[in-house]
Design a protein around this ligand. Structure first.
Ligand code: PRP
Length: 178
């Protein structure tokens, strides 16, 4: 895998340190609220597994899976839920856990969808943010790293379903996806 990587943006150790900080912040802010961590599959699974083990208080967790309609270049905001919640979120403090916030279309849709189920609050926690790519007005409440507009893989992020298991976050060589 490493031969397909142009440059490492963050090492496993750097990301671990940042996740430790995020876990401490979330424990400070939600430690007495029994929050529900809601992971958005598939990309979230590595970050989610690391983050919840740094949350030092009672909590529950659930997962949803979503996919964009059409080619993925659509900016219609049309998102399809392929796996729904399995728990009631009424009155709960929901912390959405994402690997990456890009155009914002997915999270914008998801936030509205969840708001209809009357949670006590909705908070967005993303490991990576690409602010340059934003198409809708949405921001993360907690963010690991802001990153440039480059094709990144690893730490759960894929290209064609590959590289999710790459332990660092790297920029993929252009020749791999061109
Ligand atoms: C990624 C990521 C977010 C979404 C963000 O998922 O996990 O859910 O894209 O993009 P947006 O801000 O432009 O909506 P992807 O569709 O690549 O699926 P995956 O999680 O299964 O890799």
């Amino acid at each position: 895998m490493r031969e397909d990587i142009e440059r490492i943006l963050f090492t496993e150790a750097e990301m671990k340190q940042r996740v430790d900080e995020l876990g401490a912040e979330l424990t400070r802010d939600f430690g007495d609220k029994n929050p529900m961590f809601l992971g958005v599959l598939k990309g979230c699974f590595v970050f989610m597994a690391d983050l919840i083990r740094r949350f030092d208080a009672p909590c529950t967790m659930d997962f949803m899976a979503v996919s964009s309609y059409g080619s993925g270049t659509s900016s219609t905001g049309a998102v399809k839920i392929t796996k729904d919640l399995s728990q009631d979120i009424h009155g709960r403090h929901v912390i959405i856990v994402e690997d990456i916030l890009d155009t914002g279309i997915t999270l914008s849709y998801l936030k509205k969808y969840l708001q209809n189920r009357a949670p006590a609050s909705i908070t967005i926690c993303t490991m990576f943010d690409k602010p340059e790519r934003r198409e809708v007005n949405i921001q993360a409440d907690y963010c690991g790293f802001s990153i440039p507009n480059a094709f990144v893989v690893g730490y759960g992020l894929d290209y064609d379903e590959k590289y999710r298991n790459f332990p660092d976050l790297g920029i993929l060589k252009e020749e791999v996806y061109r």
